[in-house]
Write a protein that binds this ligand. Structure first.
Ligand code: NDP
Length: 313
């Protein structure tokens, strides 16, 4: 393997709202950040359509366009933005080592991890076909587009329960599709679900297919106990079966919770390794919004700047 090595003060891994915001702040503080975009430049927002809840866009914008705006703003202040995937890290010393695409080695005084999370999907072909056309993995982002309509949501955890009650305020009817005979959500959340009149809960139910022409107009389900198949007319199909934080390559070095989210010191972006900071969805399973990710990216850049000033000067 022919490894080339480069030294930087600040390496940012990831190109969602957290990574680009960290880059804007780090570049303006003259940290000369280097940012690697990962496999999906722009992150999860590039697979959404309309974004209406990001402040500063009074008429809304498109997710992919918004991320190009973020990228251009980071570039404007001199961030070195490159395509490449962090594949291995070594956080054992005061200088942190990060390998890109298994060949290039970056030695960084500070590392900001903004690698995000990915929604889990059921794995149906029709689910990918209608993604953005009635299929969504984020009720808070897309529920508004289904006002007054009938929708279904798959999953029985706290996220699904919370999103079902959120959707119930906007939609005519919400059908929850649960694969077992009980919800995994906390008792308090279950109570809210069962006391919302326009939520119907279907237990022991599996989704077979999402149907429609240009966009979703229905779905086919199967009762797992009786084998009975049935259809429902719905225009929205929400998937809320959990998220997977993209934190695998850090597991040897960083403290993570039982679901793999990187643990940061409350009120900061600091991880258990000095000089390594985490921002955005890779350390946040609760809020998961573009605006909160951007805010935590700002925190990470400010934390990195302070750490550099205190440690290397
Ligand atoms: P969870 O892993 O808790 O729940 C996932 C749900 O999806 C389960 O009901 C699971 O079913 C179901 N599921 C998984 N795979 C499939 C599949 N292939 N087909 C159908 N159903 C499937 O994920 P959440 O995102 O809900 O929560 C993650 C963590 O975040 C949890 O610890 C949760 O408590 C926490 N959280 C807390 C909140 C709060 O406190 N306000 C809000 C949101 C999340 P099964 O039960 O059968 O495995």
């Amino acid at each position: 393997m022919n490894t080339t090595t480069e030294q930087v003060d600040c390496l940012i891994i990831g190109s969602g709202p957290a990574g680009y915001t960290a880059a804007i702040y780090a570049a303006r503080a003259d940290l000369k950040p280097l940012l690697y975009q990962g496999l999906q430049p722009g992150g999860q927002l590039t697979i959404t359509t309309e974004v209406e809840n990001y402040p500063g866009y009074p008429n809304g914008t498109q997710g992919p366009e918004m991320m190009i705006d973020f990228e251009n703003q980071a570039k404007r202040f001199g961030t070195d933005i490159r395509f490449g995937l962090a594949t291995k890290v070594d956080f054992s010393g005061p200088i942190h080592k990060v390998w890109i695409d298994d060949e290039k080695l970056i030695e960084a005084k500070t590392v900001i991890i903004s690698t995000g999370a990915a929604a889990k999907w059921l794995g149906l072909e029709s689910e990918q076909k209608y993604n953005g056309f009635g299929v969504s993995a984020c009720a808070v982002c897309d529920g508004f587009f289904f006002r007054g309509q009938e929708v279904a949501i798959v999953g029985g955890g706290d996220t699904a329960a919370e999103e079902a009650t959120y959707l119930a305020k906007l939609c005519k009817k919400v059908t929850m599709i649960i694969r077992r005979d009980e919800l995994r959500a906390s008792k308090a959340m279950q109570h809210r679900v069962f006391n919302t009149p326009n939520i119907e809960v279907l237990f022991n139910t599996e989704t077979l297919e999402i149907t429609g022409e240009q966009a979703v107009s229905g779905a086919r389900f199967k009762n797992r106990l009786t084998g009975e198949e049935f259809t429902k007319d719905i225009t929205g199909f929400f998937v809320a079966i959990g998220h997977e934080p993209n934190s695998g390559i850090f597991k040897e070095w960083l403290e993570r919770d039982e679901n793999g989210y990187i643990i940061t010191v409350p009120g900061s972006s600091r991880t258990n390794v000095p000089g390594v900071f985490a921002s955005g969805d890779v350390q946040d399973h609760i809020y998961r919004q573009a605006v909160t990710a951007a805010g935590s990216g700002c925190m990470a850049a400010l934390d990195a700047e302070r750490y550099l000033a205190a440690t290397f000067h």
